[in-house]
Design a protein around this ligand. Structure first.
Ligand code: RAM
Length: 508
């Protein structure tokens, strides 16, 4: 449908590829991973030496050191060596990199997850001539880096230094400091949140720099908003929107994620609830950047996604027939239909608001009426008056997801919705979020309804717990009651620096 334009959009996206900022980072300690049942996920690290005690010394034939960089790094590890003696056999170096202690401690051969083991970060370098420096060609995301040599030859080796050439598209000089009123915990949450966001800002917004290193639309929505509050890199958002537009299929549907690449970004998974929020992200972008021409250029893509969403609506209600991915959250128990209705409705509302913002209202002339009808029908079908909240499915399940998306879609008068949102966290009956993605939606919707205190308190309770547990960046998956939780069958494949876990929306 957009084929004529897609190549141009791909070219425009390519032209917006950012120059990355480089910063060399050195380790602060030599550590060892240790099993400890009292530690989060059963592992901790213990400091055993200063890096200077290892650098510059002649090393034994076999050796192994784990360097702790003291902070999260995304970039290219570089090692400097000095060799003496006859180089009579290749130099073989094993490298392992980890975001968290549990990943560092676990033997990767015991990995039992569903996603490809290739995401677990390791490298084997074999050099036929004595190297003065080795720079790993792949980009890694880590705090801990382990080097191992098993039975070297007769020559002697000195390790001169270990460093990481870190890269990011984020410019920290654009971030404004937090006001006086915020305490230490707030400052930590915001700093770690922005570190997470900056680590995910590469040649596009990535969901996680360890995994999947891809541009996901649902993650982009939160990243772009967090970015407007901080690094204010508008062209990176525009580049990402163009990448999605350039990978639309014949029907004009955009995927839930793209694999960056030329000449056109490659479409990844189709994720219904992600695709239909394209117009929402575009509207936020136009409002934040003032780029109305860019908004007009991509408006047809937004409108097309809303049209696709409407194909799933029957008698003014969203009907989940299956056969496609309706994500909403990682919560397995969740009945997604009511939340799906809220997302479709919200998508229409935002596409309409975008059209109004751009003076294109006539192109969506039927939307106000459709929105009103869907609001009424949705209320009649899913609102349970006796219990005072939205339910979903045959068992009339109450969940955070249903209330949150009903709130985004303004399915109740404002005061009633405020009251419902206030009640929700305390209610034991409601199916809670399956992780940070939905907690962040809750914070956003609370702010939207003027519930700032509540949003701030939720941010402190949920992300504050990760701070206490020693997070350097915020995690893709976090259930305080279940440290080993993973949607992929093994927590070492989880991403521990994840875009959708940037809790900056309740700081002003
Ligand atoms: C995972 C990634 C990504 C998310 C999708 C739904 O593969 O964590 O961030 O958006 O799931």
């Amino acid at each position: 449908m957009f084929y004529q334009k897609e190549l141009r959009w791909a070219e425009e996206a390519e032209a917006l590829k950012p120059e990355l900022h480089h910063e060399p980072i050195s380790p602060v300690a030599v550590v060892e991973a240790e099993e400890d049942p009292a530690a989060w996920q059963g592992w901790k690290v213990r400091r055993v030496a200063a890096p200077e005690e290892v650098f510059g010394r002649e090393l034994p034939r076999s050796w192994e050191y784990t360097f702790d960089f003291g902070r999260y790094c995304v970039g290219f590890p570089v090692f400097h060596f000095e060799f003496s003696g006859l180089f009579d056999a290749p130099f073989r170096l094993e490298v392992k990199l980890a975001e968290v202690p549990c990943e560092l401690g676990r033997d990767f051969t015991t990995y039992r997850g569903d996603l490809g083991r290739g995401w677990l970060q390791e490298a084997l370098v074999v050099e036929d001539a004595a190297p003065a420096a080795i720079r790993l060609p792949r980009r890694y995301a880590f705090r801990y880096l382990k080097l191992k040599v098993v039975v070297n030859s007769t020559y002697k080796v000195v390790l001169r230094s270990v460093q990481c050439d870190t890269v990011s598209a984020a410019d920290w000089s654009r971030v404004l400091p937090l006001g006086e009123a915020y305490d230490q915990l707030d400052r930590s949450i915001r700093r770690i949140g922005l570190t997470t966001l900056a680590a995910c800002m590469q040649e596009c917004f990535e969901d996680g720099p360890k995994r999947d290193r891809r541009l996901w639309l649902g993650d982009l929505r939160l990243q772009a908003l967090a970015n407007y509050h901080s690094f204010r890199n508008f062209s990176l958002v525009k580049r990402c929107l163009l990448m999605f537009a350039a990978s639309a299929n014949e029907e004009g549907e955009i995927p839930g994620c793209v694999y960056p690449g030329s000449p056109r970004p490659l479409a990844g998974n189709y994720t219904f609830d992600y695709s239909i929020l394209f117009g929402d992200i575009l509207l936020d972008y136009v409002n934040a950047s003032g780029d109305e021409a860019g908004g007009r250029e991509l408006f047809p893509v937004a409108r097309r996604q809303s049209e696709m969403a409407l194909r799933e609506v029957e008698n003014d209600c969203f009907h989940y027939r299956g056969g496609y991915w309706l994500f909403v959250d990682w919560q397995e128990k969740l009945d997604r239909e009511c939340a799906g209705h809220g997302i479709v409705l919200y998508s229409l509302m935002r596409t309409l608001a975008l059209a109004r913002r751009l003076g294109l209202e006539s192109e969506v002339a039927d939307y106000p009426d459709r929105i009103e009808r869907m609001r009424r029908a949705g209320y009649a079908k899913w609102f349970d008056r006796a219990r005072g909240c939205f339910t979903s499915g045959a068992d009339r399940q109450i969940s955070w997801a249903s209330q949150i998306w009903a709130a985004f879609a303004e399915m109740l008068p404002k005061a009633e919705m405020q009251e419902l949102l206030r009640r929700l966290p305390a209610g034991k009956e409601a199916v809670p979020p399956g992780g940070p993605f939905l907690y962040n939606q809750m914070v956003l919707v609370q702010e939207r309804y003027g519930l700032h205190q509540e949003a701030h308190a939720l941010t402190r309770a949920f992300w504050g717990r990760m701070v206490e547990l020693g997070a350097d960046t915020f995690w893709e998956v976090f259930d305080p009651a279940d440290p080993m939780r993973s949607p992929y069958g093994d927590p070492i494949i989880n991403s521990y620096c994840h875009a959708w876990s940037t809790p900056v929306f309740s700081f002003r």
